[in-house]
Design a binder for this molecule. Structure first.
Ligand SMILES: [Zn+2]
Length: 395
């Protein structure tokens, strides 16, 4: 692969702690970047840029690390537009809506699932998410969860087994049997192609003991836990997540002081998903409280057909700033290095020599425009491992 010099970068967000910068973004102005063999080979001021095989003019735009979307549910069939419209007309959300998608997913062929997931993954990538996680959780049988894992694995290394999304409808009268199914044969069928195990620990889903049973079975099988926690009400989800050493506790909308303290004392990232509050017209998590307590925060889309049908990390950044009182640098860091931490991929979310050339170019002079110009597609180009996504690189 020939080397490529990106020139005329007005503002470069490196997230490199070696680059002095008050807000932690490691900002460089009037910068250049060289990509070679899929990696960042050089970063520095334009005036000092070395020659490369080809040049790409960034026309004074801002360049950022690719977004790391650490929470999505894009393997499913059907849509729930009617449910969304009803909710906007006043019907409240409960976790049971997931069952509508379960039925459609079970009826779909593998190819239909793959086509739908592929469409959404392409959307994620065009939107600047150069790494994304995908959860299962709309099959809820051994067979349907196993094929969901297989479909997800076609699109990402970051596959999460979420057989414990809700209790499968045919086990409604025997929850214990479903928990044993998830922690036993279903886990066995899914573990080989998954990296993570997740449980929805909340009202209408699984309680603390059920979550512990499933997460510990996953850990024994070599998976690393993450938890859907405290989305719908106060509860034990965050405490369970910290207790089992989860990489992230996701949602974190209803937290006690003890929850915040537990997160601050742990390696567990609080992943905030403002697309869900936006789409369910619910109160947003208190990001300031988490950040001020020293909790590591990530932003992700939660892309799913029920409660957050968006692939746009740009929207999530704008919502985090406007609705959750995060500063723009905090939101951008949460969408990049925060997501990388939530996926335990420290090489991601940064523009540093030797790191992957996962980059997002904005048709705007500053990263601030991601929040300042909500709803506008500002992304001019995306490179994933040095490969252009939106259009061929031109000299
Ligand atoms: Zn989710």
């Amino acid at each position: 692969m020939p080397s490529l010099l990106l020139t005329r970068i007005e503002e470069l967000v490196t997230n490199d702690p070696e680059v002095p910068c008050a807000d932690g973004l490691g900002l460089l102005r009037d910068a250049a970047v060289v990509i070679e063999h899929g990696q960042v080979a050089w970063v520095g001021p334009s005036a000092a840029a070395p020659a490369a095989d080809r040049n790409f003019d960034c026309h004074g735009g801002a360049l950022l690390p690719g977004f790391v979307d650490s929470h999505s549910h894009v393997v499913f069939a059907g849509d729930r537009a009617a449910e969304f419209a009803a909710r906007m007309a006043g019907t409240p959300y409960s976790a049971g809506g997931i069952r509508t998608t379960v039925q459609a997913t079970r009826e779909a062929t593998d190819e239909q699932l793959a086509v739908n997931a592929g469409r959404l993954c392409a959307e994620l990538l065009r939107g600047g998410s150069t790494t994304f996680e995908i959860k299962t959780g709309y099959g809820l049988t051994v067979h349907d969860e196993a094929r969901s894992v297989e479909v997800a694995r076609r699109f990402t290394d970051e596959v999460t087994f979420l057989g414990a999304h809700v209790v499968a409808p045919e086990y409604a009268e025997d929850r214990d049997a479903y928990v044993e199914l998830v922690a036993g044969p279903m886990l066995e069928a899914c573990a080989l192609h998954a990296r993570w195990i997740d449980v929805f620990c909340d009202r209408g889903a699984f309680d603390a003991d059920e979550a512990r049973r499933i997460l510990r079975a996953g850990i024994e099988r070599g998976l690393t836990p993450r938890v859907h926690a405290n989305q719908l009400q106060h509860g034990p989800g965050v405490q369970v997540a910290v207790e089992v050493g989860a990489a992230s506790a996701d949602h974190c909308t209803h937290l006690s002081e003890a929850d915040v303290a537990a997160l601050a004392d742990s390696q567990t990232v609080a992943t905030l998903l403002p697309g869900a509050e936006f789409s369910t017209r619910s109160a947003y998590p208190d990001a300031r409280r988490l950040l001020d307590a020293g909790v590591h925060v990530a932003l992700a889309t939660d892309c799913n057909p029920g409660t957050s049908y968006t692939t746009s990390m740009s929207l999530c950044i704008a919502l985090a700033v406007r609705e959750m009182h995060m500063t723009v640098p905090e939101a951008v860091r949460a969408a990049t290095v925060g997501g990388a931490r939530a996926l335990r991929r420290p090489e991601l979310g940064r523009v540093v020599v030797g790191g992957p050339a996962d980059l997002v170019l904005l048709d705007a002079p500053s990263y601030v425009h991601l929040a300042y110009r909500p709803g506008v597609d500002l992304i001019a180009q995306v490179w994933q491992g040095g490969r252009p996504v939106r259009s061929p690189d031109v000299s």
